[in-house]
Design a protein around this ligand. Structure first.
Ligand code: ZN
Length: 775
C-alpha cells in the first residue's frame, strides 16, 4: 500500500477554536470499575447480581387479634409471632420495631429536628418546637413464650430487643406472643405521619388508616445483620416476609379494607353487599360499587354500638395495613394478571367524590397492567387504594391523596395529582413490597425505581400526562444547586437535604437516561425485568441492582453508577468549536490561484491601504542588473516541477483513494468540553444547508482517555449549516446555551417600571439559595 499523506492535505475552510486549556488533572477515574465500592460477592449474593446458591432470608408468620376503640381512638392487640431463623447463625436475641414510639413524648424525632425563630411563625412551626403532651407510643403489656412465661425485653426508643431464653439455633423457629395497646393520633395534626385517624367534624366520624400498628420484626440479613437503625420519621422500613392471619374487631357499621383476602364476607357484609362483591369478581370493565355513598350517608348518622370481627389472611407479605370507618364507600373490579385474577379496589369517604368513584379503581387497574409488563405478574389477590389525604404504601393496600373542594369541584392539578399518587403508591407493591429493599437505609431503591415506573405508567395513561419527574430536563434545577446542597443518591435517607429531588427524581431520571440514551429500551427493559424477577420476594441491595443491570444487558454501566449515583456533578458539556476541512484535490493551477488570493488578502493591511490612497510614493530606481529578475519572478506560476509532482501523485493513487479525494466530503472537527464534570454520551444533530438534518450518537466512553475535553471528526457529504448538542434534551445538561454551533443567543428580559418607589423584582437579598444556607 502506497503511503499517501492524505491527512496532511486537508483544507481548512473555516470555523473557530476557543478551547480553554483545562488545568485539572485527568485521573481517568470516571471509567474505572466500581470494584471495592461494591460488596465482595459471596455464596449469598453473586458477582452477577443474583441471589447466591446459599441465599437465605428470615421469615416471620403472624396471628393477630386487634380491636379498634372508636370512642377513645385507641387500639389493643394480641399477636403470636412464629420466627424462622433461616440464617446460618445462632441468634441470642431478636429485634422488633416499635414505630409508634416515634410519636411518644420522649421521642428523639423532635429533638434532632433543627429549629429557629423567624419574625413570622405559623402555629404548626411553633407546635413542632413545643412538641406535645399527648399519651402516644406503645404500651407493651406482655411478651411471653408459649408456656406463658415473660420474656425479658429492652426497649430502645423505636426498637425492642427480645432476649430469648435460649439462643435460636440456625434453621430453627421460635414462637412468642405480645400484648400491646396505643392511642391513635390525629394524622391531620402537626404530628402527621403516615397512619392515624382523620376526624370529620361535619358528621362526627373518624376515618382510620392503620399502619405501623403492630410491633414488627426487624430484618436480620447476610449484608447487615440486624437492621435496627432508629425510626425518626423519614427513612422508611426494612421488613421480614411472612404469612398473616388477622382478626380486626370494629364497630359493626364500619367498612374495613385490608391487606389480604377477606375470609368471612358472609358475616361482615350485608346480603346486598355480598351480592355486589361477588358480581365485582366477574366484572372486568368497570368498578362495581359495593357500599354506595347513599348507604354510607345513612350509616354516618346512626353510629352502631355493637361490633363485628373481620378476618383477613395474607401470604408472603412484608407488612399488613388496614383502614376502617363507617364513612367508607367501597368499589371493586377484576383485573387479569397472567393466570391470576386480581381485585382492584378503592375505599373512600363521600368527601372524595366525585373524583374517586370516577378514577381510583381504574387507575389501580392501569397501574397493575403497566408495572407488571415491566416486572412480573402481580402476585397478590387484591390491590387497594384508600383516600386518606396523604400518600403511603403497604402490601396490597395504600393510602392516597386527592380530594375535591367541599362543593365537589376540583382542579386539573388535583385530578392529575391524585392519579399520579395512586399510580405511585399502588406501584410500591412492586418496589419495595415485593422487591423488598431496605428503605431505612436506601430511599432511592424503592422511591427512585418506583418514580421511574410511575413516569412510564403516567405516560401510558395519557401521552400528555403532566409528569413532574422522569424526563431528563426536569432534574436540571436540582442538578444546578450549589454543591453544599447536594449529596450522592447513595446517601442514607436521614442525611438527605433535598429529599424529593435526591431520592425520587434523580434516580428516576437516571433510569430514564439509561433506558432512552445509554442502553436503549430493549436492553434496559430486559435487564430491569431480570432484576425484578431475581429479587422478587427477596432483599436486594444496591450492588445487586447495579450488577444485574450490567449482567443482563452486557453494557458496562460502572461509569454511570459512579457519576449519577455516587457523585453530585451535573452534566454540562459544551460544544466548544467546529473546524471545517475538505480533502485537497486541486490541480497545481487551482492551488496557485488560491495561494495568490491568500497572499493578496495577507498583504492588505492598514499602511498599504494608506500608501495607496494619499501617501506620496518615492520611487527608487532599482539596480538594472537585478530589476529584471525581481519583476519577472512570479511565485504563483505553476512550474513544470509542480505539474510533474501532481501527475505523479495522482498516478500513485488507487481507484478507491482517487474516489475519496474527489468525493467532496466535508470534515467537521468538533471540540467538546466537560464543564459540569459528569460524563455523558454525545448526541449531535447536524443541520445541513439543504434543510435536512441527521443525528449521531457517540457513547460516553469517548471521554475515557480525557475526561475534560475531547475532539471528534465527522465526515459528511452534505454541508453543515448548524450543529446542536443534545437536541432532544436527554442528558440533563444544566447549560444548554453552549450546546449550539454557531452559538445562539436569546436576550434576557428586564422590566422597566414607572412610578414612585424602588424597583420591583428579585434582589440579591431574595436569593433562595442564600436563605437555605442560613437555615
Ligand atoms: Zn413512594
Amino acid at each position: 500500500m502506497k503511503k499517501v499523506s492524505l491527512v496532511l492535505m486537508l483544507l481548512f475552510l473555516g470555523g473557530f477554536s476557543a478551547m480553554a486549556q483545562w488545568s485539572e488533572q485527568n485521573h481517568a477515574e470516571r471509567f474505572e470499575q466500581l470494584g471495592p465500592m461494591l460488596r465482595s460477592p459471596n455464596v449469598y449474593r453473586t458477582a452477577s447480581g443474583a441471589p447466591g446458591h446459599m441465599y437465605w432470608q428470615q421469615k416471620a408468620d403472624h396471628e393477630i387479634e386487634v380491636e379498634l376503640n372508636d370512642d377513645n381512638q385507641s387500639i389493643k392487640g394480641w399477636q403470636k409471632v412464629t420466627y424462622f431463623n433461616n440464617s446460618p447463625d445462632d441468634l441470642k436475641y431478636l429485634w422488633i420495631q416499635l414505630d409508634q414510639n416515634e410519636r411518644a413524648k420522649d421521642s428523639n424525632t423532635p429533638k434532632i429536628a433543627e429549629s429557629s425563630i423567624n419574625p413570622r411563625m405559623s402555629m404548626r412551626q411553633l407546635e413542632n418546637i413545643l412538641w406535645h403532651d399527648l399519651d402516644l407510643g406503645y404500651k407493651i403489656l406482655s411478651v411471653k413464650d408459649m408456656g406463658g412465661n415473660d420474656i425479658p425485653v429492652t426497649i430502645v426508643q423505636t426498637m425492642m430487643r427480645v432476649d430469648l431464653p435460649q439462643p435460636l439455633k440456625a434453621g430453627e423457629k421460635t414462637e412468642f406472643t405480645m400484648d400491646w395497646t396505643f392511642n391513635i393520633h390525629d394524622r391531620m395534626s402537626f404530628i402527621g405521619g403516615r397512619p392515624g385517624y382523620e376526624f370529620f367534624e361535619k358528621d362526627g366520624n373518624y376515618l382510620y388508616t392503620m399502619a405501623e400498628w403492630f410491633p414488627r420484626m426487624a430484618v436480620y440479613s447476610d449484608f447487615e445483620g440486624w437492621q435496627h437503625k432508629q425510626f425518626v420519621g423519614r427513612g422508611e422500613f426494612a421488613l421480614t416476609f411472612g404469612d398473616y392471619k388477622v382478626k380486626i374487631t370494629v364497630p359493626a357499621d364500619h367498612m374495613v379494607g385490608s391487606t389480604g383476602v377477606l375470609q368471612n364476607p358472609e358475616q361482615v357484609l350485608s346480603s346486598i353487599e355480598l351480592d355486589r362483591w361477588n358480581s365485582s369478581k366477574k366484572t372486568f370493565d368497570n368498578p362495581v360499587i359495593i357500599r354506595t355513598q347513599a348507604e354510607v350517608e345513612r350509616l354516618e348518622k346512626q353510629k352502631a354500638k355493637d361490633k363485628k370481627t373481620w378476618e383477613f389472611h395474607a401470604e408472603n407479605v412484608r407488612d399488613f395495613a388496614w383502614t376502617s370507618s363507617r364513612k367508607l364507600i367501597w368499589d371493586a373490579m377484576a383485573v387479569k394478571q397472567g393466570g391470576n385474577e386480581v381485585m382492584a379496589m378503592s375505599y373512600y369517604a363521600k368527601e372524595a367524590n366525585p373524583l374517586w368513584g370516577q378514577y381510583s379503581t381504574r387507575v389501580v387497574a392501569h397501574t397493575l397492567k403497566s408495572y407488571s409488563a415491566r416486572t412480573f405478574d402481580y402476585p397478590y389477590p387484591v390491590a387497594i387504594s384508600v383516600e386518606a389525604s396523604n400518600g403511603m404504601e403497604y402490601p396490597m393496600i395504600c393510602f392516597n391523596y386527592g380530594r375535591p373542594d367541599a362543593d365537589g369541584t376540583y382542579s386539573e392539578a388535583i385530578k392529575n395529582g391524585m392519579i399520579g399518587v395512586i399510580i405511585h403508591e399502588v406501584g410500591h407493591n412492586y418496589f419495595p413490597m415485593i422487591v423488598n429493599s431496605d428503605e431505612r437505609q436506601w430511599s432511592w431503591m424503592d422511591e427512585g425505581l418506583n418514580t421511574f415506573m410511575q413516569y412510564l405508567a403516567e405516560q401510558e395513561w395519557d401521552r400528555n400526562f403532566p409528569s413532574r419527574r422522569g424526563a431528563a430536563h426536569k432534574i436540571v434545577p436540582y442538578m444546578k444547586s450549589e454543591k453544599h446542597l447536594l449529596e450522592p443518591i447513595m446517601t442514607n435517607s436521614e442525611n438527605i437535604i433535598q429529599f424529593g429531588p435526591n431520592a425520587y427524581a434523580k434516580p428516576a431520571t437516571g433510569l430514564n437516561i439509561m433506558r432512552e440514551t445509554i442502553m436503549g429500551r430493549e436492553l434496559f427493559d430486559y435487564a430491569y425485568k431480570e432484576y425484578a424477577q431475581r429479587w422478587m420476594f427477596k432483599h436486594p441491595t444496591p450492588d445487586d441492582f447495579f450488577r444485574t443491570m450490567e449482567d443482563a444487558s452486557g453494557i458496562d454501566l460502572d461509569w454511570f453508577w459512579r457519576g449519577w449515583f455516587y457523585g453530585t456533578d451535573p452534566v454540562d458539556i459544551s460544544l466548544e468549536g467546529v473546524n471545517w476541512y475538505k480533502l485537497d484535490n486541486r490541480t497545481p493551477a487551482e492551488k496557485k490561484a488560491d495561494e495568490k488570493k491568500a497572499f493578496d488578502i495577507e498583504e492588505t493591511y492598514v499602511s498599504k491601504t494608506y500608501n495607496l490612497k494619499d501617501t506620496p510614493v518615492t520611487v527608487v530606481e532599482a539596480d538594472p542588473a537585478t530589476r529584471d529578475f525581481y519583476y519577472t519572478y512570479n511565485p504563483f506560476a505553476v512550474t513544470p516541477d509542480d505539474d510533474k509532482a501532481y501527475k505523479d501523485f495522482m498516478a500513485r493513487l488507487s481507484p478507491k483513494e482517487k474516489e475519496l479525494i474527489n468525493s467532496g466530503l466535508n470534515f467537521y472537527e468538533m471540540k467538546f468540553r466537560n464543564i459540569g464534570g459528569l460524563v455523558m454520551p454525545l448526541i449531535i444533530q447536524f443541520n445541513y444547508t439543504d434543510g435536512t438534518s441527521e443525528v449521531e450518537r457517540i457513547p460516553a466512553e469517548i471521554w475515557r482517555l480525557n475526561e475534560w475535553e475531547v475532539s471528534k471528526v465527522f465526515a459528511k457529504q452534505k454541508e453543515v449549516k448548524s450543529i446542536v448538542l443534545d437536541p432532544f434534551r436527554e442528558t440533563a445538561d444544566i447549560d444548554e446555551t453552549n450546546n449550539y454551533w454557531p452559538r445562539q443567543y436569546e436576550p434576557s428580559r428586564f422590566e422597566m417600571f414607572k412610578g414612585a418607589g424602588g424597583a420591583r423584582g428579585v434582589s440579591i437579598g431574595d436569593n433562595p439559595m442564600k436563605k437555605a444556607r442560613r437555615k
